[in-house]
Structure formats: structure tokens, C-alpha cells
Design a binder for this molecule. Structure first.
Ligand code: NI
Length: 141
């Protein structure tokens, strides 16, 4: 099994705010991410797929095509958007990097062509903070 990663980038606004908590509690837990009037992050998205290299191309998958797919499925929906308000698959969820990575995984899994197997969605919110999601079925593979 070979793992192939494509890195894409997007900028987006969000706010972390639990409406059932007081303003003070939100600020204590979420810090600057609780700012009422939004703020932005420069996200870096690492999408890793897995497979066996083709005997004809030597590729697991055409990485240029993978980039086109990630852009059409994910980046178009997220780049320069408000994650809380503009993104269908984040509606009603806390817009944490964790939940965003899960949402990106689910969107990709539903829309990638058959034969492309996701391994990991890694999402950097800042150069020093990232989350990784491997799907819910990892233990059974
Ligand atoms: Ni934030």
C-alpha cells in the first residue's frame, strides 16, 4: 500500500461560540476564536489517499486530477467563506478544526470516484495546530 498526499489551501472565517454558555464562559474556553464578529484562518488541507501503483502509470492516482477533485468538492465550498454560515456540511455544528476535518472527510468520501480510497484528512488551522482524521472504519480495515 502506498500513501499519496495532495496539499491544498483555503482561507475562511469562523467563530467558536456555544450559545447555551455565557459570553465569559465562551471567552474562557475558546479565547480569540469566540470573537463575536468573526475572524479568519489560513488553513492547509492535506488529503492522503492510498492504493497500489498502477502497472501502466506507476501512480496510485493522478495527483493533478486529485487536486482538481479536492478543489471542486471542498475548496470551492470553503475558500473565502464563513464556515458557520456558508458551508452546508457545517450547518448546526461547532466550527472547530476537528469537526471541519470530519466534514471534509465525509464530503470527499461521498464524492471521490470509486477506486480512490481515503486514508487521512489532515487540517492545519495555524502552522502549529493541526488535526488528523482517519475515518470511523480504520480499526476494521
Ligand atoms: Ni479560530
Amino acid at each position: 500500500m502506498v500513501y499519496l498526499t495532495r496539499i491544498e489551501h483555503f482561507n475562511a472565517a469562523h467563530k467558536l461560540y456555544n450559545k447555551s454558555w455565557s459570553k465569559e464562559q465562551n471567552e474562557t474556553v475558546f479565547g480569540k476564536c469566540a470573537n463575536e464578529n468573526w475572524h479568519g484562518h489560513n488553513y492547509e488541507l492535506y488529503v492522503t489517499i492510498k492504493g497500489t501503483p498502477s502497472s501502466e502509470t506507476g501512480f496510485v492516482f493522478d495527483v493533478k486530477q486529485l487536486s482538481v477533485l479536492i478543489n471542486s468538492i471542498i475548496i470551492e465550498k470553503l475558500d473565502h467563506r464563513n464556515l458557520n454560515m456558508d458551508v452546508d456540511f457545517m450547518k448546526g455544528k461547532m466550527c472547530s478544526t476537528e469537526n471541519l476535518a470530519i466534514g471534509v472527510w465525509n464530503e470527499l468520501e461521498q464524492n471521490l470516484p470509486s477506486g480512490v480510497f481515503l486514508h487521512c484528512v489532515k487540517l492545519y488551522e495555524t502552522p502549529r495546530i493541526y488535526v488528523e482524521y482517519f475515518g470511523e472504519n480504520r480499526g476494521r480495515q
